[in-house]
Every structure is written in structure tokens, then in C-alpha cells.
Design a protein around this ligand. Structure first.
Ligand code: HXC
Length: 523
């Protein structure tokens, strides 16, 4: 015979559990959820549902709370402690996620909240799966004092442990202020959302006090600022749904971890497809620009190119595409912007991307049309030496398959930096219009024939004559090809099939370097 008292207790226990679960699902409560929606923002759980394949999300740590009492915190205890954490599938692949819940104490980060994030970071690391973090928080939970800072410290440390091991994507869907910005900054990608997301080390009121500058939230740290001016953010979604779609797009090109190859899809674009348009894209006058994005789109599968940091340092183009179904990272100079010259910002942008591709086994395809490093006092004072060295270092360091196509100019140090043979690029192509030289004809003639020109009867005519001779000699790919620095001169129209033919044998490439703790990239 059973004990009726026990049955009742069991039922009550289940009831209590269901009530707690319901309570946990509501975060900071209906009123605050309503306020969140009023601001045009989703709740933490809604964001996760939009990201994950339907029904795949599994929550961990839903009953975690803080254990603090200072400044009335004992009366402000919420199940989950202001962050939803767990895992699920994104397009069938395992992904770990955390989403800060602004409805609970403004999504502020206390120590228990941080421990939940660190727990899934560790699981993501151990299982080799990407980590996505939704940031919507007032920062360190002020009432928890140094214990909140300790929580951030742990997150930063794990961001660094995970760097180069698993892809980390930060989505900013609300405030991200103070030292809190440094977790996203340590990850691979930052996606901001227009109007509703802000990132800054100190907010407008502190700025006003310290520097006297009057500035709005949006101007100081909105998505336009960080995609256009600072380069902090890689993408901006028009709304949260678009930001979440961007996460899925990024993940579609990345392996789950550094020991895997990137996800290959069954190719549906013709691998032998040629493009007559490319035979006409370079203007006869080599001083005139053309749009390198057109070249990229003609070459890659179905013209699909996910450009990264599209609005910042536009003189260099970076992004993901596929060649015959295989993910590749594209780096390209952009002639209409600063004539495609490399400046400090372009070098930094390119370097981080080359290192990302190298860390995650993504082959790098480089399209070169570069007249050199950007001259000028401003650039020198901004440290173009140090910054240009970053890109040089990154290309030297990268051991993934590297293929380059010189479409037109490749001058001086920038020729070397942009994936030249000398940095161990595996296959170097050049179009017949390639101009591979130490510098442009005008500058070159002024340096080496200055005295002759001074003595000449008609210096202008003489200059033109020598420049023509210089161009005849150096403005072609054949001198570089005769040294083996260019493997093959190809028709522009055949670039796609040539790249595909070059890529497949390289997919088994192995290249070892001297063992070391780590290099000392010029930062
Ligand atoms: C505790 C916080 C909080 C915080 C917000 N709240 N930020 N509680 N610690 N850091 C609480 C508020 O008291 C409020 O609770 C609720 O969250 C919602 O906040 P509101 O101010 O009503 O919302 P809103 O008007 O939308 O403004 C959002 C905000 C603002 C801009 C984020 O709250 C704000 O400025 N917060 C402080 C930001 C900040 O300075 N953080 C510290 C940064 S230093 P009630 O119960 O009243 O609704 C930092 C160091 C990290 O983070 C260092 C890492 C190394």
C-alpha cells in the first residue's frame, strides 16, 4: 500500500517546479518585457528562438540566482540572474549561446550571471562549437562591487582562451558600456543593431564631465559610428532579425572549431564559368579606377559575397565567398578609394581578417591592385610603419592555402605585402594588364633620372620619353613571371576556373613553422 501523503508531496513538488519554470521564463516580469518590446527590442529568449533551429534550444542554469544582499539586492532576486544560457542547433550545427536579459536588473552582470556565461564558454571550448553572445546590459552590477568585475575578468580570460579555437560572435542588441565592451572586442565578430545598440567605454555624461564634449548616445557609440568611423563593429543589422540572420550567414562559412575544415556545400555554380566582362573591366588608362567588387562577384559562386566591415577602410575589401562550394576569405584592394593604397586602417582591417582565416582553416584569395602605402604626414604620424607591418606579418604567418591575382598595379612594399610569392603564397596569378614595379613611372623617373632631366633641353619631353620606356619595361607581368614570382599569366575572363583549379590541390596543404610560444605581431 502506498503512502497518500507522499503522492500529494510529489504532485506539489511538480507544481512548484512548473511554477518556478514559468517564473524563470518571465525574467524581470511582464511589465519589463512590455517595456523591452516598446523599445523595439526582443527579449533574451525571443532572440535565442530566432537564432536556433526550432525546438533545438536547451537551457542550462535556469535556476541560478545571485547570493548577494547589499543595497537591497536580496529583494531583487530573479531566476536565471539576468542571462539565458544554453545550446542548440543553427542550421543543424551545434552552437552555444548566451543572451543577457535586460528585463532583470538591466541585464547587469553579477558574479553568478558571469559564471553562467563562463560555463557555456567552457562547454563550447570542450565540444569545439561556436559561441554566440547577445549583449544587452547596463554593465557591471554596481551593487556587487568587485565581485562583478571579477565576473567580467573571467569572461575576458575565457574569450582569450577561446580565440582561434572556436568562432566567437558578439551581437550588440542594447547597451554595452564601460569595460563590458572588451568582451565583444576580444571576439571574432561584432554585429550591432541600428538605433538600439550602443557601445562605449564611457557614456555621454562622463565624456561631458571629462572633456567637455557634448555628444549623443548614437553619435558616440551607435552602429553608424562603429561601422563607419571606428571599425569596432563588423556588421550592422537594420533590426534585430537582420542581425540574427547575419550570425547565421557568418557561421555558414566557418568551421565549428580550429581542428575542422570549413563547411563545404554541394556546388551549384559552373566551375568552368568564364566572364567576358572581366576582359574589359580594366580601363586603358591605368590611372582610372574600376570596382574590384565587380571582379569578386564575377568570380565567386553565384556572385555571393559576404562583405565584412563594408563601410570602414573602404580602400581594402574583405569578406567570405565560396569557390566551387568551398569557403574562402577574400582580401582585395579597391581602386576607387584612395586609389587602393594601403593606409593604417586598411592594414589593420586586412590583418585581422587574414589571421581569422588562418586560425579557422579558410583559404585566402587576394586580388591585388595597389599603388603602394598611402604617403603623407598624417599616415606617418598614425604609424603606417607599425600598422602596415601588421598586414605583412599576418600574410607571412598564414599557412592556409593562399592564392593571389594581380589585376593591375602591384608597386613597391605593398606588392610584397599583398600576398606576394615572397610571403609563401602558393599560387600567384597575374592578368596581362598587371604592372609589377618598384614604383609608378613618374616617381621612378624623377628619382633615377633627376640629373639627366635637369640637363635636358626639353625636360618634359625627356621625362615622357623615359617614363614610356619605364612602363614598357616594367608595366607588365612578364618580368615577375620570368623570375617565377608569378606562376601564370591568365586571361581575366578565366579567373574563376583558374582559381578553382588552383584551390583544390591546396586543400591538403600542410606547412610547419619553427615552434614558438607565440610571435610578436607589431600591435
Ligand atoms: C545594477 C543596473 C545597472 C548596473 C542598469 N541597472 N544598469 N543595476 N548595475 N550597472 C538597472 C537600473 O537600476 C534599473 O533598475 C534597470 O537596470 C533598468 O535601467 P534603466 O536605467 O531604467 O534603463 P534605461 O533608461 O534603458 O538605461 C539603460 C542604461 C542605464 C543606459 C544602461 O541603466 C545606465 O546608464 N546604467 C549604468 C551603466 C553603467 O555605467 N554601468 C557600469 C559600467 S562600468 P530598476 O530596478 O530601477 O528598474 C562597467 C565596468 C565593467 O561595466 C568593467 C569590466 C572590466
Amino acid at each position: 500500500m502506498g503512502n497518500p501523503g507522499n503522492e500529494e508531496t510529489t504532485e506539489k513538488k511538480i507544481q512548484k517546479f512548473l511554477e518556478l519554470k514559468k517564473q524563470a521564463m518571465l525574467g524581470g516580469g511582464e511589465k519589463r518585457i512590455h517595456a523591452q518590446h516598446e523599445k523595439g527590442k526582443y527579449t533574451a529568449r525571443e532572440r535565442i528562438q530566432l537564432l536556433m533551429d526550432p525546438g533545438s534550444f536547451v537551457e542550462l542554469g535556469g535556476f541560478v540566482t545571485h547570493h548577494k544582499t547589499e543595497f537591497g539586492l536580496d529583494k531583487k532576486k530573479y531566476l536565471g540572474d539576468g542571462v539565458v544560457t544554453g545550446y542548440g542547433r543553427v542550421n543543424g550545427r551545434l552552437v552555444y549561446v548566451y543572451a543577457q536579459d535586460f528585463t532583470v536588473l538591466g541585464g547587469s552582470l553579477g558574479n553568478s550571471h558571469a559564471k553562467k556565461i563562463v560555463n557555456i564558454m567552457n562547454l563550447a571550448l570542450k565540444t569545439g562549437a561556436p559561441l554566440v553572445g547577445f549583449n544587452d546590459s547596463g554593465g557591471a552590477r554596481i551593487q556587487e562591487g568587485v565581485d562583478a568585475l571579477a565576473g567580467y575578468g573571467e569572461i575576458f580570460f575565457h574569450n582569450v582562451l577561446a580565440s582561434g579555437v572556436i568562432p566567437q560572435i558578439s551581437v550588440i542588441v542594447g547597451p554595452s558600456a564601460g569595460g563590458a565592451v572588451y568582451s565583444p572586442a576580444l571576439t571574432d565578430f561584432i554585429i550591432m543593431t541600428k538605433e538600439t545598440s550602443h557601445m562605449f567605454v564611457t557614456g555621454p555624461s562622463v565624456v561631458k564631465t571629462v572633456t567637455g564634449e557634448d555628444i549623443s548616445f548614437e553619435e558616440l557609440g551607435g552602429s553608424t559610428t562603429h561601422t563607419l568611423k571606428s571599425g569596432v563593429a563588423h556588421f550592422d543589422g537594420a533590426d534585430e532579425k537582420e542581425s540574427i540572420e547575419l550570425i547565421k550567414k557568418i557561421l555558414s562559412y566557418l568551421p565549428s572549431n580550429n581542428l575542422e575544415d570549413p563547411p563545404v556545400i554541394t556546388p551549384t555554380d559552373d566551375k568552368s564559368r568564364t566572364s567576358e566582362k572581366l576582359n574589359r573591366i580594366i580601363p586603358d588608362d591605368s590611372k582610372l579606377p574600376y570596382d574590384m567588387k565587380e571582379v569578386i562577384k564575377e568570380v565567386v559562386d553565384h556572385g555571393e559575397f559576404l562583405e565584412i566591415q563594408e563601410k570602414w577602410a573602404k580602400n581594402i575589401i574583405i569578406g567570405f565567398a565560396r569557390l566551387n562550394g568551398y569557403p574562402v576569405g577574400i582580401v582585395a584592394n579597391q581602386p576607387p578609394v584612395l586609389a587602393g593604397a594601403l593606409d593604417s586602417e586598411a592594414s589593420i582591417k586586412g590583418a585581422k581578417f587574414v589571421r581569422l582565416c588562418d586560425a579557422f582553416n579558410i583559404p585566402i584569395i587576394t586580388f591585388v591592385d595597389v599603388p603602394g602605402f598611402l604617403p603623407g604626414v598624417d599616415q606617418e604620424w598614425k604609424g603606417i610603419i607599425r600598422n602596415g607591418a601588421k598586414l605583412l606579418y599576418a600574410y607571412c604567418e598564414a599557412t592556409v592555402p593562399k592564392i593571389a591575382v594581380v589585376t593591375r598595379k602591384a608597386f613597391g612594399g605593398a606588392y610584397i605585402v599583398m600576398s606576394s610569392k615572397h610571403l609563401r603564397t602558393d599560387v600567384n596569378f597575374a592578368w596581362p594588364m598587371a604592372e609589377i614595379a618598384v614604383m609608378g613611372s613618374e616617381a621612378a623617373v624623377n628619382v633615377i633620372f633627376r640629373r639627366d632631366l635637369e640637363k635636358a633641353e626639353d625636360p618634359i619631353a625627356k621625362q615622357k620619353e623615359i617614363e614610356a620606356e619605364y612602363r614598357e619595361k616594367f608595366y607588365n607581368p612578364y618580368s615577375a613571371a620570368s623570375f617565377g614570382y608569378i606562376d601564370e599569366v591568365i586571361l581575366p575572363s578565366e579567373t574563376r576556373p583558374k582559381l578553382i583549379e588552383a584551390l583544390w590541390p591546396l586543400l591538403t596543404k600542410r606547412e610547419n613553422r619553427f615552434p614558438k610560444k607565440h610571435g610578436n605581431i607589431p600591435l
